[in-house]
Each structure stands twice: as C-alpha cells, then as structure tokens.
Design a protein around this ligand. Structure first.
Ligand code: HPA
Ligand code: ZN
Length: 351
C-alpha cells in the first residue's frame, strides 16, 4: 500500500490544511524547550524561584538569538523553575495537548537530566514526572510517546557515565540516549565510550550533529557512536560523499527549520536546504526542537517552511511517512500509522 501510494494533486491554496491534518510523528523535541514563558512564571511562583525577568513579556522579548549558545544560556535558565515531579508532568502534559492539536500522533521526547540533577533534583523526580505524562498522553489524548535521555556534550564523558548510572534504575522508562547542547568543540568522539556502553545495554542511539558543527561530526556520530538517527544534520549538504552515505543507509535526519532560522543557521527559510535533502533521497523529517523558544510547534514548522520553499503535497506525504519510518515504534504500529496517513491523503483529495 504505502510504497505505491499515489499522492493526488493538491491546489497550493489547500496545502496548509493538508499539512495541518496529516498525522505525523515528532522525533526531535527537547521537552524543556516546550516550556512556555507563562508556565515558567507559574512554576517559578509555585516553587518560590526568583526569575531575572519582570514579566512574561520581558522574558519572551529576550528570545532573540544569534547562535546556539545564546539560546542555550536562556534555555537552561528557564529550566531552573522545574523542581517537583508534578512540574515535569505539567510541562510534558502541556506539550502533548499542543502537539495533539497539530495531529502529532507519536512523539519521542528528549530530556536533559544533567540540567536538573546539577540543581539537586533527583533523576527519579525527572523521569517519573515525564514518564507519567507519556502514559497519560496515550490514554487521554491518543498520542503514543517515549523518552530519550540526552547527555550534555559541553560536560565531560565522566559526567555522562555518572548520569547513565543514575538513570539505570529507571531504564524501562526511556528507550534511548542522545547528545545535545553546544556542538562546536564537543565532537561525538568525546562520548564514544558511553555510547558504546548504552549500545550494549540495548538503548536506541541518536545524536545532534551538523547543526552548527561540520559534516565531520555527522561521520563520527555514525561511525564511532553508531547512532541510528542524526538530529539536525543540515550541514550534510556541504559533503557529497556524506549525502550519498545518508541516502544509501537510509539514516533519518530530524530537521528543525524554525530552529535553524532562529539560531541563524540559515539567513531565511527560503534558503533552507530541506528540499535539497529530500530531493537527494535522504530520509528527512520536520520537527520543532524547542517550540516555546523558536516561534512554532509542528504545524508552524511545516506551513512556514512549505510557504517559503515551495515544497509540494508529494513532499508533505514523504515527510509524514518518513516521520513514522524513522521512529522507534514497533513495526505493527508503524503500519497502522502509515495506513492512517494514506487514508488521510485519499480522503483529502476526494473532499
Ligand atoms: N541543539 C543543541 N542542544 C539543544 C538544542 C539544540 O537545538 N535544543 C536544546 N538543546
Ligand atoms: Zn535539538
């Protein structure tokens, strides 16, 4: 079915509606990056945490970034209001409610435990709050969800090992590990041993690579860390041999267009290389990264990128399909989601 699915022609004026209604999976969302200024202030008040901003508006107006690091400084400050299990639950719950509105039917959430354990919040508090929100998202919103623990790459590999050790009592509550935070100067090889250990333990492996860093970091994420997906990966188009490798091995790239725009990875969305990646046969997906900070959840990422780059209904189908194929869900669930995708496109065309 899906492989032979013929995408019907869609008038350009109807494309935004199709992008909105099509079922999709989100595979690159830092749950701490979904914390909206309103919730930051509410949690600060609930927990008695002082914020260096006078109001929601003052905080939001600080969201003008020149690169990844300028964002990370504010992002880690925002996460300082998270103290109790219920805070982590409330944050993830708000994301799931918003994602469901965008017809996200499956999500794989990154979380940054070191940001919290360094402040004295226990691993148990973090994981239990997030995991409970994942369970409820399935039961109450029909969104399936799982967690991926990210190591902060600006910290040492020793710190990553200690974090893994703290998380292992809860290993049934997360499905994989990733690598995030400041990329340049913190290459994948810094974490080769801890990723090898995670591989032995049976975790799925992903890593941010080629967001601001060079194509070489994508090669080493694949060859040394043995990751199954590359987060971002947009710098791959600077290396023709790497493009061939990614296409041949069907390595998914979790691309985040509004993030790339807001962190000045691209000067404008019209210059984004998503179309180039897709047309070269790479398994690219669209994701929101840190939607509270970058001005848009999933459907905003889709509609703004399609409007700016002239992508078509065929690309929309491919992106939604890729999101399910690249996900870490069971084969039977994948088939179920892909059938639902085909139905949506067929129904839309005949309406
Ligand atoms: N890149 C690296 N680390 C991050 C990001 C990102 O886009 N968002 C949250 N942590
Ligand atoms: Zn990211």
């Amino acid at each position: 079915m899906s492989l032979n699915f013929q995408v019907p022609p869609v008038a350009a004026g109807r494309l935004p509606e199709l992008l909105n209604i099509m079922p999709k999976a989100e595979l690159h969302i830092h749950i701490e990056g979904s914390l909206e200024p309103e919730l930051i202030f509410a949690l600060a008040s609930r927990n008695g945490v002082a914020l260096p901003y006078a109001s929601v508006e003052a905080l939001r107006s600080a969201y003008a970034f020149s690169n990844l690091q300028s964002f990370l400084d504010i992002y880690y400050a925002g996460a300082s209001v998270l103290l109790e299990e219920q805070d982590f639950y409330d944050m993830a719950r708000a994301y799931f409610v918003r994602a469901a509105q965008d017809n996200v039917v499956h999500a794989e959430l990154f979380f940054d435990p070191q940001t919290h354990t360094a402040r004295g919040v226990s691993m148990e508090t973090v994981i239990n709050g997030l995991h409970r929100a994942c369970v409820d998202a399935q039961a109450e919103l029909g969104v399936s969800a799982s967690l991926i623990l990210c190591f902060l790459r600006h910290l040492s590999e020793e710190d990553a090992f200690a974090t893994l050790e703290q998380a292992l009592p809860f290993q049934d509550k997360f499905i994989g590990v990733g690598l995030d935070s400041g990329e340049v100067g913190n290459p994948p090889e810094k974490f080769a041993r801890v990723f090898a250990r995670c591989r032995e333990l049976g975790f799925h492996l992903v890593a941010h690579a080629g967001e601001e860093g060079p194509p070489a970091y994508i090669w080493t994420a694949l060859d040394l860390l043995k990751v199954e997906r590359i987060d971002h990966g947009v710098q791959a188009s600077r290396d023709a041999a790497l493009m061939r490798r990614l296409a041949q091995d069907r390595i998914p790239l979790t691309v985040c267009p509004l993030s790339n725009l807001k962190l000045c990875v691209v000067p404008d969305l019209a210059s984004h290389n998503l179309r180039e990646l897709l047309d070269a046969g790479l398994m690219a997906t669209v994701n929101s990264d840190d939607p509270a900070y970058f001005g848009g959840y999933m459907n905003e990422n889709f509609t703004q990128t399609f409007a700016a780059t002239g992508l078509t209904a065929q690309h929309a189908y491919q992106l939604a399909r890729n999101s399910f194929e690249a996900s870490f869900i069971e084969a039977s669930d994948k088939q179920r989601y892909l059938a639902r995708l085909d139905e949506t496109f067929a129904r839309f065309a005949s309406a």
